[in-house]
Design a protein around this ligand. Structure first.
Ligand code: G3H
Ligand code: 13P
Ligand code: ZN
Length: 331
């Protein structure tokens, strides 16, 4: 099975009311943990690399790690560039064998974003690669771009139709209240439920519904969609870590999004927390250990556990691999 584009994945996800998990990968254990969970649940998966990941690991290592995962696991996998900052980075990934790239022009003016996205789309489509674009701005940090909460703004539904038709992009990342990182909301922005748990403000499902009306059946992407699972935060804090007030997107809201036009849900921070929890827990229990296999294995185990949980309770993509594989030749 070769690496596939996201087209068949999104078609099935849209029709079936589920979403494909897009998980950020930076090293072998992360790739292994994610794909082991997806294979066990017969789920498709998108493995995505940021510019920072390519710099850290070297793009060729990441491409080959993902290809190795494909040899070992019989599931549909797409290899995607996350937050491509410019044409050169997108081109380099396309030339490297990625099947999907994101050009993130969200910080440019509407016109510049269209022009730059279009340039990437033309090169990508000529090489049988699909393109994710972004309209609207999330708060948080991505590589070198730091968008403060005041500067972040929701996607304007009245702009999406023109943007999609002029750029020819294949999917669209939108801003409806998610943000990057493990500290998405300040405690004072949240209310407390009956159990004393902090609940952040609802995502703007009204904006999502307006967007869906303007571009029916078009695949929508949700960035910044980690839920910051308390279990892993607690393990980190109980084992000499210090993560105060880490707050993510409640999983019921993500499940609701996955049932709508949202076909791709991006998760990175939750992976980081799970891996860190496994490693910290191991070191606290075994301070005498120094073989990396001893402490990376529990990190990988927690990643597998986390991704299985996401597939079953948030994404809803369990068991959809065969239907996507059957459709792949058409796209
Ligand atoms: O959206 C950002 C992702 O979490 C990637 O983060 O640029 O630190 O690799 P990174
Ligand atoms: P999180 O920081 O919420 O995991 O978002 C990841 C992301 O959007 C990667 O592009
Ligand atoms: Zn993102």
């Amino acid at each position: 099975m070769p690496l596939i584009k996201t087209t068949a994945m999104f078609k099935k996800a849209y029709e079936g009311g589920f979403a494909i998990g897009a998980f950020n990968v930076n090293n072998m254990e992360i790739v292994q943990g994610i794909t082991a969970a997806a294979a066990e649940l017969n789920s498709p998966v998108i493995l995505q690399c940021s510019a920072g990941a390519r710099k850290y690991a070297n793009s060729r290592y990441l491409v080959h790690l993902v290809r190795a995962a494909l040899e070992v696991n019989d599931i549909p996998i797409a290899l995607h560039l996350d937050h491509g900052p410019d044409f050169a980075t997108c081109k380099s990934c396309i030339d490297d064998g990625f099947t999907s790239v994101m050009f993130d022009g969200s910080h440019y003016s509407f016109e510049e974003n269209i022009a730059k996205t279009k340039e990437v789309v033309e090169y990508a489509h000529a090489h049988n690669v699909v393109v994710e674009a972004e309209l609207g701005q999330l708060a948080g940090v991505e590589d070198d771009v730091n968008v403060s909460a005041e500067n972040a703004h929701y996607t304007k539904p009245e702009e999406v139709e023109e943007f999609v038709s002029k750029t020819g992009c294949d999917s669209l990342a939108i801003a409806i209240g998610t943000s990057h990182g493990a500290f998405k909301f300040k405690p004072e922005q949240c209310t407390r439920n009956a159990d004393g748990v902090l609940v952040p403000p609802e995502l703007r499902f009204d904006v999502l519904a307006e967007i869906e009306k303007k571009i029916p059946e078009f695949p929508i992407v949700l960035h910044g969609a980690s839920s910051v699972i308390p279990k892993y935060v607690k393990i980190i804090n109980d084992n000499d870590g210090k993560l105060d007030d880490a707050i993510g997107i409640p999983e019921d809201q993500l499940r609701k999004a996955a049932k709508s036009a949202v076909c791709k849900i991006n998760i990175d921070s939750d992976l980081r927390l799970a891996m860190t929890a496994g490693i910290r827990e191991h070191f606290k229990a075994h301070p005498e250990h120094f073989d990396p296999r001893q402490y990376l294995a529990p990190g990988r185990d927690y990643i597998k556990e986390l991704v299985a949980h996401k597939i079953k309770t948030v994404l809803g993509s369990e068991g959809s691999a065969p239907a996507i594989m059957a459709l792949v030749n058409e796209y």
